[in-house]
Write a protein that binds this ligand. Sequence first.
Ligand SMILES: [Zn+2]
Length: 247
Amino acid sequence: MPVYKSPILILRCQDWSETSQIVHVLAREIGRLRCLAKGSKRGQNPFSGPLDRWTLGDAVFSQADPNRLATLMELYETERFDGIRRRLPAFYGASCITEIILTIVPDLEAQPAVFDLVVDGLRLLAAVEVEACRAVTLTLVWRLLALLGYVPRLDQCAECGAAISLESPLNFSSGLGGPVCGNCHPPGRIHHLTAKAAQAIAFLLSAGWDEVRRVRLTEATADLIRGLLSARIEELAGRKLSALRYV
Ligand SMILES: [Zn+2]
């Protein structure tokens, strides 16, 4: 049976029996998968279980058949992001990003850049002031969608590729997940953004995390970004997610 080693982030845990759990993980070298952690709730087990979400560690697991559960054989925990569990805005942010990963990140596709982004984001959420959690979370969600190829660049039309200026108001298509020029009229909802709002989004996407954590989004700008992201995620998932509601 093939055995793999990879850093993993635990996204969700479900009880499987009196003594075991099923864990949904993002594995840096494998992608998203589900593993059976046999005996993880027993007194002595190879995982220091019971396992909890938002645990980062180095794992060994086996997987005979990609259509079936993998088996978690060992886990050496390296980080637990405790700051997320202690503060509500950080908790909502981490819950949001977790729900989105579980919904739109494809199974069993290695995406090291996605893994690194999410781990950096959770580490930041665990550490930043509560007032910064909203900007960090919304930026993290947008960057995640961009890495997965679900939102194109802000400075060109998502349909025809024409250059788009951020100096003037912007039309944003939730079907395409990006801005559209005056000549393109894709089906689906069009959101109208002021130049200021478009510039705020462009800044969040290009700034370093040290700058993002200093941003305090106004309610209006946060509402707008939440609206764009929710509409895009709904398009991708085919259903509404509650993820962004509390961010
Ligand atoms: Zn166009």
